[in-house]
Design a protein around this ligand. Structure first.
Ligand SMILES: NC(=O)c1ccc[n+]([C@@H]2O[C@H](COP(=O)([O-])OP(=O)(O)OC[C@H]3O[C@@H](n4cnc5c(N)ncnc54)[C@H](OP(=O)(O)O)[C@@H]3O)[C@@H](O)[C@H]2O)c1
Length: 289
């Protein structure tokens, strides 16, 4: 990639955005980080951002300014955003007008799950991009291994791994660091035009499987338990989450409970050009090193 190119990264200050920003700057790619709060500028600069755009994804004028001068866009929408499809459509339209050469859309594994609203909104965003005529790459990441992080303290205290769905439902959990590496690679290297990649982790694991791995690594008994969905949703309501977002979580967990979300790691392995991080290696890196 030419050193004079500038990449617009949306969602840059979020969990995914920060890792992608680091992975891009590690490849000497110049990134303009789109953040919605000016006080996020310093953190973005410290992670290597070459430029900052302060703007709101719902404000077309600020997006228009952010896109100017960028040859590529990596679009990471906030999770479960009700306007995800419209935001993508606006950005795609602006990208066309600004002659953006490559649009990388950070989607989700199995956007075809029409019973999970945010998957459906991502499917519509994908459709808009495919139909736009732009050069694109669509990334479809699986559920992150990093969902263990907010559970960790309670798990240590109680010895229970308790997510609000069946302990036997399997997920091809994937390491966010691997995903960031792949996102940077498809952005910086040629050869990923008009591609859609499923990014599944190396094993399909249930909560029971994860608890068994954790028991072995921590040398104590960790038990899997399906947390009460009602309790989980009530806590979200008490924390001030909107009714629409809570409903989105309920539908997602209902789907997870019945079907899990499995996949195949071969595409991820090929894109990384190495073995994807296993759940065991992830736990060792995050908590035991
Ligand atoms: N978690 C998973 O397992 C998983 C799996 C596959 C795909 N994904 C996808 O990954 C994406 C990123 O998720 P994440 O957990 O990294 O997100 P996140 O940590 O919540 O970050 C979202 C970022 O977007 C910013 N933002 C929110 N509303 C905005 C607006 N109106 N204008 C401008 N910026 C706005 C937030 O700003 P503030 O910092 O000001 O809040 C935040 O920095 C989502 O699309 C999600 O669906 C996640």
């Amino acid at each position: 990639m030419s050193t004079s190119e500038l990449i617009l990264l949306t969602g840059a200050a979020g969990k995914t955005g920060r890792k992608v920003l680091q992975a891009l700057t590690a490849r000497q790619v110049a990134v303009r980080a789109l953040v919605r709060r000016p006080e996020q500028e310093e953190a973005m600069r410290s992670l290597g951002a070459a430029d900052i755009a302060v703007g709101d994804l719902y404000d077309t004028r600020s997006l228009e300014a952010a896109v100017q001068g960028c040859s590529k866009i990596v679009h990471i929408c906030p999770p479960m955003d009700p306007g995800e499809t419209e935001i993508a459509e606006t950005l795609i339209d602006l990208a066309q007008k600004a002659d953006v050469r490559h649009f990388i859309l950070y989607s989700v594994l199995h956007p075809l799950l029409s019973d999970v609203p945010h998957h459906h909104r991502k499917l519509e965003a994908e459709r808009a991009l495919v139909n736009s005529g732009l050069t694109y790459t669509i990334l479809q990441p699986a559920r992150y291994m990093q969902h263990l992080l907010p559970l960790w303290d309670r798990l240590q205290e109680t010895g229970v791994h308790d997510m609000p769905f069946s302990i036997d439902a399997q997920f091809c959990v994937v390491d966010l660091i691997d995903l960031a590496e792949v996102t940077a690679r498809v952005t910086a290297e040629p050869g990923h035009e008009q591609a859609t990649y499923q990014l599944a982790g190396p094993q399909n694991l249930s909560q029971a499987d994860m608890a068994a791995i954790l028991s072995r690594l921590l040398k104590r008994d960790i038990r899997a338990e399906a947390r009460s969905s009602q309790d989980y949703l009530e806590r979200m309501a008490a924390a001030g989450m909107s009714a629409a977002r809570i409903e989105n979580f309920r539908l997602m967990n209902t789907h997870y409970d019945a079907h899990g979300m499995t996949g195949n790691p071969r595409v991820l392995r090929w894109l990384l050009d190495r073995e994807p991080t296993t759940y065991e290696a992830f736990v060792r890196r995050e908590f035991l090193s």
